[in-house]
Design a protein around this ligand. Structure first.
Ligand code: IMP
Length: 175
């Protein structure tokens, strides 16, 4: 499939994604029973994952959305922008950050530093995808949907230059 100037091929289909996301929700339900966690979804990329994950959450919980984006076309720029949009008081709360993908890990590292200053009781990360080989930062990722190779992927919320977020499946750049 062509998106703008690049060719992509199917990588993880919708059924497989949904099955895995439901399994993660189940794990979270068990781990956070009685804790009322605050999910913090990182826009834009995590909107589909956050939506499907929350559909499987059966314990009492809240969700909020923030923005923090360091990505420029197909390469991570290493630059991080400010965290915007967190209105909730997170002091003493159990946070679960919802991310689309952890690549170098810089984005999540920066966000963790900012959030920890606000005094949450705990912070864990739920990421749909993890490019393990690309991650330079020492991070503990509690909930990971799929470990993937260092490939550029799109769809299910992930974009190429603003395009392809609407696709139901995940595609990777064809070599
Ligand atoms: P990191 O700071 O290098 O971990 O990059 C994380 C952010 O870069 C993600 O939240 C995405 O927005 C973006 N990103 C990383 N890899 C990809 C990819 O393969 N496709 C689309 N966006 C990506």
């Amino acid at each position: 499939m062509k998106v703008k100037d690049k060719e992509f091929s199917i990588f993880i289909d919708r059924a497989k994604i949904l099955e895995r996301v439901a399994a993660l929700a189940k794990e979270i339900n068990q781990d956070y029973e009685g804790k009322t966690p605050l999910f913090v979804a990182v826009l834009n990329g995590s909107f589909m994952f956050a939506s499907d994950l929350m559909k499987g959450i059966e314990i009492s919980a809240e969700i909020s959305f923030i923005k923090l984006n360091s990505y420029n076309r197909t390469h991570s720029t290493g630059k991080v922008k400010e965290l915007i949009g967190l209105d909730e008081n997170i002091f003493g709360r159990h946070l679960i950050i919802i991310e689309d993908i952890v690549d170098t890990g810089l984005t999540i590292k920066h966000m963790l530093e900012e959030l920890r200053e606000l005094g949450p009781k705990s912070v864990e990360i739920a990421t749909l995808l993890h490019k393990k080989e690309a991650t330079k930062e020492p991070l503990s990722l509690r909930y990971v949907g799929f470990e993937i190779p260092k490939k550029f992927v799109i769809g299910y919320g992930l974009d190429y230059d603003g395009h392809a977020r609407n696709l139901n499946d995940i595609y990777s750049l064809a070599n």
